[in-house]
Design a protein around this ligand. Structure first.
Ligand SMILES: [Fe+2]
Length: 343
């Protein structure tokens, strides 16, 4: 396995690059905007193809690299269901899995630091975001933070993992790189409390200044999604009513770009074909099935929220397929309009 812990000294952020092999698919957790050139270089050096980028939560101390990585690698951007960031093309909730080639991450919802905080498990390790730090815990005094919820997330979820589980946090300001669940249970001063009330009291007495970057980072991290606006400006975005009028027509192909797990969880638009976003590059090559299909009739792409499908429209345009369009807002908008779904 390829596992790289990368550090941004300005914000004290750790980002993690994961892959099962050289030449294969890669995933990155908590990338920092200013470091994107370095990630791209490393991906090239290790002959990796970035297919997913995850943020554990909406960061207040640095601008996320998610948008830039999406634009440069066409990776799928992943955050929790609760995230208000518009860059997210795939949302996960507790119990889901995030898969790439031969690697599968477990998803744990751990609110408290923020209301959109998630941790991700993989084999012998857990990526704890800002929920559990080395000998510390993430502050809970902004972004809908809640010390009571954080206590539950840490004590009822993370500390239930095996003691030897390696803890990889999103931050460290003292140069620590890794810990274990057992070590944190024993030595993390924040966790040496007798009750949730005592924890709440400890957290409310921290009196921390706001992060230096907060006023810049939070608004920047909320608005990174540009793909949908650009595609709408080209007149290639359909709304739910326009799609409803197309259902059942065989002179149009409706193509679902989501992953199998998302289709099973949320249902699919009746009559749609399945081309997972990660395979789109291959599928749009001249002679490939989707290229042939889109040459013969208009193709309507959709995904969970419209981000992947907007990028697919752009990729189709680049491949010379001018008739491709997409459903703005994806299945989310379709569901909200009570559009029919099959499972
Ligand atoms: Fe944070």
């Amino acid at each position: 396995m390829i596992f790289r812990q990368m550090y941004d000294s300005v914000s004290g952020t750790y980002s993690y690059l994961l892959a099962s092999r050289r030449g294969g698919e890669a995933l990155i957790i908590d990338p920092v905007l200013e470091k994107v050139d370095r990630y791209i270089q490393l991906l090239q050096e290790l002959d990796l193809r970035l297919v997913k980028a995850i943020d554990t939560h909406l960061h207040a101390d640095h601008v996320t690299g998610l948008g830039e990585l999406r634009d440069r690698t066409l990776c799928v951007t992943v955050m929790g269901r609760e995230s208000k960031a518009d860059v997210v093309s795939m949302r996960v909730s507790d119990g889901d899995r995030v898969d790439i080639e031969r690697l599968s991450l477990g998803v744990i919802y751990t609110p408290g630091h923020t209301d959109d905080s998630y941790c991700f498990t993989m084999g012998d390790r857990v990526f704890t975001g800002d929920t559990l730090l080395i000998r510390g815990t993430g502050r809970t005094d902004f972004q809908n933070g809640d010390a009571r919820m954080q206590y539950a997330s840490i004590f009822n979820r993370l500390l239930k993992l095996p003691d030897e589980t390696l803890v990889y946090p999103a931050h460290d300001y003292k140069g620590e790189t890794v810990s274990t669940i057992g070590e944190e249970r024993a030595f993390n001063p924040r966790l040496r409390v007798r009750s949730v009330d005592e924890y709440v009291q400890v957290m409310s007495n921290l009196n921390l200044p706001d992060p230096k970057m907060m006023d810049v980072a939070v608004p920047a991290n909320l608005k990174v999604g540009l793909a949908q606006a650009e595609v709408a400006n080209l007149g290639l975005a359909l709304n739910e009513n326009e799609l409803a009028a197309m259902l059942g027509r065989d002179d149009i192909a409706i193509v679902d770009l989501r992953e199998t797990s998302e289709r099973e969880r949320d249902g699919e638009i009746p009559g749609s074909l399945h081309v997972p976003y990660g395979t789109l590059g291959e599928a749009l090559k001249p002679g490939a099935a989707l290229h042939k299909l889109a040459s013969a009739k208009p193709v309507v792409f959709y995904c969970a929220f419209g981000e992947r499908s907007a990028m697919a429209v752009q990729a189709a345009q680049d491949a010379g397929l001018r008739s491709a369009c997409h459903i703005q807002g994806g299945i989310g908008a379709w569901k909200a309009a009570d559009g029919p779904l099959t499972r």
